[in-house]
Write a protein that binds this ligand. Structure first.
Ligand SMILES: C[S@@+](CC[C@H](N)C(=O)[O-])C[C@H]1O[C@@H](n2cnc3c(N)ncnc32)[C@H](O)[C@@H]1O
Length: 264
């Protein structure tokens, strides 16, 4: 049975997540000596690119609830010779003391958390008095018609809107209200768009289904057989929509994200 976290790191991170780390870190500006936290780190791409910026005297920690994602993060971090601590934990109850960090980063994580207010409260609790929070949060499905169609197909096939969660905190006013309620100040929210270029149209749906099983808690019960059946059924229903996204032999899907910077 394939490990969805391995698929996520190999197939999705280069296309959907790594390209966004540069803009996030430009906004956050980590500097040597800072103590930084990557919230909902997944396989750790943000932590892995931020770690050299806080080195040699800083501290980089990644936290995620999914042990499989953390396992891949640990292996990759070690392969890349990086000094990063990986911790299993929920954003709603962070396993850290008050004021341990200068910077909290969170790329495409907050929208998956059941209690976002608690998660932001916790992010604030573990930041120092002059700390800052930088996040990436996809805009809504109304900005992502292809994923909206894919989501409709998932609802039809398994009754779970598994692709809604990544896009359900897409409203900037809602995001800002959450940050204000948690006590953050000097909040800036900017919109940015970039294309996601998936190089292999033939494995595109299978890969997506695998990754959904890794990143969306409501689908983590799907075993390999259920994922294979879902892939086959989704593939036939999405063939036309995928054809419309084809460009130079790749599936090209425009992505729209909010980038957030907030201070204590
Ligand atoms: C789309 S992935 C993003 C991962 C990573 N930040 C990146 O840029 O590749 C979302 C991650 O959020 C994690 N997650 C979801 N709910 C969480 C929670 N309540 N506490 C901690 N992590 C959570 C999932 O396990 C998953 O690794």
């Amino acid at each position: 049975m394939s490990n969805p976290a391995v698929t996520y790191e190999r197939e999705m991170v280069p296309v959907l997540f790594r390209p966004w780390v540069g803009p996030l870190l430009e906004l956050a500006r980590p500097v040597p000596g800072e103590h930084a936290l990557d919230l909902a780190c997944g396989t750790g791409i943000v932590a892995r690119l931020a770690a050299p910026l806080v080195a040699p005297d800083g501290r980089m920690v990644g936290v995620d609830l999914n042990p499989d994602m953390l396992g891949v993060a640990q292996v990759q971090g070690a392969l890349e010779g990086l000094d990063i601590e990986w911790k299993q934990g929920r954003l709603e109850v962070l396993p850290f003391h008050e004021g341990e960090f200068d910077l909290a980063l969170c790329q495409q994580g907050l929208q998956f958390v059941d209690d976002r207010a608690a998660a932001l409260g916790e992010a604030r609790r573990v930041l120092r008095e002059d700390g800052r929070l930088a996040m990436g949060v996809w805009r809504g499905l109304d900005h992502h018609p292809f994923w909206s169609r894919f989501n409709d197909v998932l609802v039809e096939l398994i009754g779970i809107p598994a692709l809604a969660a990544p896009f359900e905190l897409g409203d900037a006013a809602e995001l800002e209200a959450l940050l204000v309620a948690a006590g953050f100040r000097d909040i800036s929210i900017q919109a940015l768009a970039m294309p996601a270029v998936f190089p292999d149209p033939d494995s595109f749906v299978a890969m997506e289904v695998d990754v959904i099983a890794a990143a969306v808690p409501a689908t983590q019960h799907l075993d390999a057989r259920a994922r294979a059946e879902l892939t086959e059924a989704a593939q036939s229903r999405l063939a036309g929509a995928i054809r419309e996204q084809m460009c130079d032999g790749c599936v090209v899907v425009p992505m729209h994200s909010h980038l957030v910077l907030a201070r204590m």
